[in-house]
Design a binder for this molecule. Structure first.
Ligand code: SAH
Length: 219
């Protein structure tokens, strides 16, 4: 690790350890998720001006009107996605800063991630290169359509909120696979977990959440 990756001051290991303690207090149980987040330098995923706030448990702006998700939500969604059988192939919709992608890349064999805003995707790609995360494939596209070429996926995680679950994502889920997705509009969103059992889908509604909207098209 370079000194930049090791971090100094507010980005030090001790600051990171405090975040992990808070995540545990809030109910995150997966030792694997906690261990990956303890070692992953979140400050490299935000603008340098915000680096000192990278280990607060809060969402932060990443430009283009988008945000890096709150660490608790990243931990929670990852934990839920990976519960049960280990997931070999995971699709993420909404790469953004790449932080959630990087967490997943250390817990599954291969991560496919789709982002509609090209400059965000390029920055994320640069970060994966710096951190030597080699099992991530990126696509510049509208993720409502999933990523057909590599389907089906053992797990799909969506980090922006559509008004309704996109049909294509259900179709690209393996039998036994799981989709974790925030759903809802301006009146309120909730986190949904959808399990595919053969050709049937079982949906569970979890807590209220607040994500940026899933938008169509690409820029
Ligand atoms: N996991 C990211 C979250 C970023 S915010 C992180 O922690 O940094 C959500 C992201 O979803 C934004 O980058 C936004 O551009 C992207 N997004 C919104 N609609 C999309 C769509 N239809 N397809 C792909 N990405 C989309």
């Amino acid at each position: 690790m370079t000194p930049n990756q090791r971090g100094i001051g507010m980005t030090s290991q001790r600051t990171r350890d405090r975040l992990i303690m808070r995540l545990k207090e809030q109910g995150i149980k997966s030792a694997d998720v906690l261990s990956v987040m303890k070692d992953l330098p979140r400050h490299l995923f935000v603008d340098e001006a915000l680096a000192s706030r990278a280990y607060e448990d809060t969402a932060l702006p990443i430009g283009h009107g988008q945000t890096i998700s709150q660490p608790f939500i990243v931990a929670k969604m990852t934990e839920i996605l990976l519960q049960g059988l280990p997931k070999k192939k995971v699709l993420e919709v909404g790469t953004g800063s790449g932080y959630q992608t990087a967490v997943l890349s250390q817990l599954v064999e291969r991560v496919y991630s789709v982002e509609r805003i090209s400059p965000l995707q390029n920055q994320a790609r640069e970060r994966f290169y710096q951190l030597k995360l080699n099992n991530i494939k990126l696509k510049h596209s509208d993720g409502s359509w999933g990523w057909e070429d590599n389907a089906p996926y053992d797990g799909i995680i969506v980090t922006c909120a559509p008004e309704e679950v996109p049909h294509e994502l259900l179709r690209q889920l393996s039998p036994g696979g799981r989709l974790v997705i925030p759903v809802g509009g301006s009146v309120g969103q909730s986190l949904r977990v959808i399990d595919r059992n053969g050709s049937t889908f079982e949906e569970t509604e979890l807590d209220a959440v607040s994500f940026v909207p899933l938008l169509s098209g690409q820029i």
